[in-house]
Ligand binder design. Structure first.
Ligand code: JEK
Length: 517
C-alpha cells in the first residue's frame, strides 16, 4: 500500500508479496481490479489491510489499494486539517478546503463543479464513501452494491467530522456519494469503519475468497436467517457431546442435516434477531420452517407480509366469553365430514358451554392455554386484531389420588401406558383434550405453538403420559401431532352428538420432550 503518497498513480499498489506457487488460485475469473483509495490522517491505521485476504487480493491484482495522508494536501507549515466549529461547540471540524484539494486529486477532478461533472461521465462506476455516525447503515446489501463499483474512494474523517459542504459539493459535481455508518455506536474516526466496509466489500469480488462456495452459502443466509452454530472434532469436548445434542449432524443423511441446521438457524434468529423474523417472506418458508417458527412463537399467516409474533399464554377469567365463542366456531372444522350440523350443534351445546370453561378455569388440574397475535394482521381470511383469541388448548390431568376427574376428561385408552416420573416416583397421565385454531389461521403454525406450549405446561405439571384422540381420517392433524413428538398409541371410539367416531390415539412423555431442544 502506498501510504503518504499524494500522487494517485503510484506503481506500488501493495506492499504484500504475491503468494508462493501452490497457494490457492483465484476460483472465479477476475475482471479489472477494484480500485480503492483511502484518505486519512492516520495512514498506518489502514496497514491492517496488508494482511490476510485483502493483502493477498492486492498481491494478485484483484484489488488496487492506495492509502493517502490527508495532511499532504494541507497548505500551512503545521499541515493543519481542522478548525473550530462555526457557531461554537466542543471539538474541531475538518476543513473543507484541504479535503477538496485531496479529493480533486484522488478523483482527478477539476475544481469547477460543471467541468467536474463532464469529466466524471463515462468512466465506470465510482463512489465516494464517507463513513459517518450520521450515515445510512452499511449492510450486506450495501456491500453487495459497492462490490459492483469500479472505484471506491473512502474519506476518513476525525474529530467531529468533515465540513458538510464536502459531501454536498461532490454530489453536485455528479459524484455518487455514500455517507454510511457501520452501526449505532460512536467511533473516534472513519478509519475503523472504512476497514470494516472494505473487508466486507472486497471478499465479494470474484477471486478474492479462495472458496466461492462460502459466498454462495451466504446468499442463502441473505434469505434472512442467522447462520446455525458450527462444530468440528472432537465430537465430545469438556462434556459437550455434539452427537447427543445433534444426532443428525453425524448421521450422514444430508437432507436431515440440512433440515436440522435450518431449524437451528430459525431458533437462533428468533432468540437473537426477532427483527429479522418479521422480514421473512412467507413464500420462502416451507411446512417444516413454519413448524420451527411456530415452536418459537411465530405464526406465518396466509396472505400476511411476514411472520407475526404469537402471544401464547394461560387463559384468564376475562377470556371466558371469547373462549366459548372461539370453541363454538372452531369445533365444527375438526369434525368428521359425515356428522350433521345438528349433531355438531348438539355436542357444542352440551360440552362447550360457559359453565364448562368456567369450571376448567377454576380447576388446577386443567391447563387452559390461549393464543393471540402480537400485532394486527391481514390474512386471506380477513383481518385479525392483536389480542383477539385465535386458538386454545386444554390439557386435563388425571387426579393422581383416584379422586374425581376434571369435567370432560375422557377415559384413558388401553394403549396409553404411564411411565414413572424421572425421579422414580409415580407417573401422571393427562389428556390433550383440545387444540383448536380459528379457520383464518389454518396452516399458520398457531396449532403447533399451542401444542408446544401444552407439552411444556404438561411437563411442568409432572405429566409423564400426555395422550390425545384424533379423528382417524384427519392425516393432517396426525402429522402435526407427530411433528410435535406424539406417536401412535392405539385407537378408541368416541361419541359426537350421538354418533360413534373412530379416533387414533397418540401419546408422548412431556418429561422427555422437555429435554429436547
Ligand atoms: C466517521 C469523526 C468521530 C464522534 C458527534 C455523533 C451523536 C454527536 C464524529 N458507526 C460509526 N460510529 N462512528 C463513526 C464515525 C465517527 C467519526 C467519523 C465515522 C469522523 N468521527 C465523531 C462524535 C461525533 N456525535 C453521535 C452525537 C461525530 C461511524 C461510522 N461509519
Amino acid at each position: 500500500m502506498s501510504a503518504a503518497a499524494p500522487s494517485v498513480a503510484p506503481a506500488a499498489s501493495g506492499s504484500v508479496a504475491p503468494l508462493p506457487a501452490g497457494s490457492v488460485a483465484p476460483a472465479a475469473p477476475a475482471g479489472a481490479p477494484l480500485r480503492l483509495d483511502v484518505i486519512t490522517i492516520f495512514p498506518d491505521y489502514l496497514r491492517a489491510l496488508d494482511l490476510s485476504l485483502i493483502g493477498r487480493a492486492a498481491g494478485e491484482g484483484l484489488i488496487d489499494l492506495h492509502v493517502h495522508d490527508l495532511r499532504d494536501w494541507a497548505r500551512d507549515r503545521h499541515r493543519t486539517v481542522d478548525d473550530t466549529p462555526l457557531g461554537g461547540g466542543a471539538g474541531m471540524v475538518m476543513k473543507p478546503d484541504v479535503w477538496g484539494e485531496a479529493l480533486d486529486e484522488v478523483l482527478a477532478l477539476p475544481a469547477d463543479a460543471a467541468a467536474a461533472r463532464e469529466s466524471a461521465a463515462g468512466r465506470g462506476r465510482r463512489v465516494l464513501v464517507v463513513p459517518t455516525p450520521a450515515g445510512r447503515v452499511f449492510t450486506q446489501r450495501t456491500a453487495e452494491d459497492l462490490a459492483r463499483a469500479d472505484h471506491l474512494v473512502f474519506a476518513c474523517g476525525r474529530y467531529e467530522g468533515i465540513d458538510a459542504r464536502v459531501a454536498e459539493h461532490y454530489r453536485a459535481a455528479g459524484i455518487e456519494v455514500a455517507e454510511l455508518s457501520i452501526g449505532d455506536y460512536v467511533l473516534s474516526g472513519g478509519e475503523a469503519a472504512a476497514l470494516v466496509m472494505i473487508e466486507a466489500i472486497a471478499r465479494l469480488r470474484p477471486g478474492v475468497l479462495g472458496n466461492p462456495d462460502s459466498v454462495v452459502e451466504e446468499s442463502h443466509g441473505a434469505s434472512g436467517l442467522l447462520e446455525q452454530e458450527v462444530y468440528t472434532r472432537p465430537v465430545a469436548w469438556r462434556g459437550l457431546d455434539v452427537s447427543r445434542a445433534w444426532p443428525a449432524l453425524l448421521s450422514g443423511d444430508h437432507a436431515r442435516v440440512a433440515r436440522q441446521r435450518r431449524d437451528r438457524a430459525i431458533a437462533r434468529t428468533i432468540a437473537r434477531r426477532p427483527d429479522m423474523i418479521e422480514l421473512l417472506r412467507p413464500d420462502t418458508l416451507d411446512a417444516a420452517d413454519r413448524a420451527a417458527l411456530a415452536r418459537g412463537g411465530w405464526a406465518v399467516l396466509d396472505g400476511a407480509a411476514g411472520p407475526v409474533e404469537l402471544v401464547v399464554r394461560p387463559a384468564a377469567e376475562a377470556d371466558l366469553a371469547d373462549l366459548v365463542d372461539l370453541a363454538a366456531r372452531t369445533f365444527p372444522d375438526a369434525c368428521p365430514p359425515f356428522l350433521t350440523a345438528e349433531q355438531i350443534a348438539r355436542h357444542v351445546a352440551a360440552h362447550l358451554t360457559p359453565g364448562r370453561f368456567a369450571d376448567w378455569l377454576a380447576d388446577p388440574r386443567v391447563v387452559l392455554t390461549v393464543a393471540a397475535l402480537g400485532r394486527d394482521a391481514t390474512t386471506r381470511g380477513g383481518r385479525v386484531a392483536s389480542g383477539e383469541l385465535i386458538g386454545y388448548s386444554a390439557v386435563l390431568i388425571e387426579p393422581g389420588d383416584g379422586g374425581a376427574p376434571p369435567p370432560g376428561l375422557d377415559p384413558r385408552p388401553d394403549g396409553v401406558t404411564v411411565p414413572a416420573a424421572p425421579d422414580g416416583g409415580a407417573g401422571l397421565a393427562a389428556e390433550l383434550s383440545k387444540v383448536y385454531v380459528d379457520a383464518r389461521l389454518r396452516g399458520s403454525g398457531t396449532a403447533a405453538a399451542l401444542l408446544a406450549q401444552a407439552v411444556r405446561a404438561a411437563a411442568a405439571a409432572g405429566v409423564t403420559a400426555l395422550w390425545l384422540g384424533t379423528y382417524g381420517a384427519n392425516r393432517r392433524a396426525q402429522r402435526a401431532y407427530r411433528r410435535a413428538g406424539f406417536a401412535g398409541a392405539g385407537s378408541r371410539t368416541y361419541d359426537v352428538g350421538g354418533r360413534i367416531c373412530h379416533d387414533v390415539v397418540m401419546a408422548l412423555n412431556p418429561q422427555e420432550a422437555a429435554g429436547e431442544h
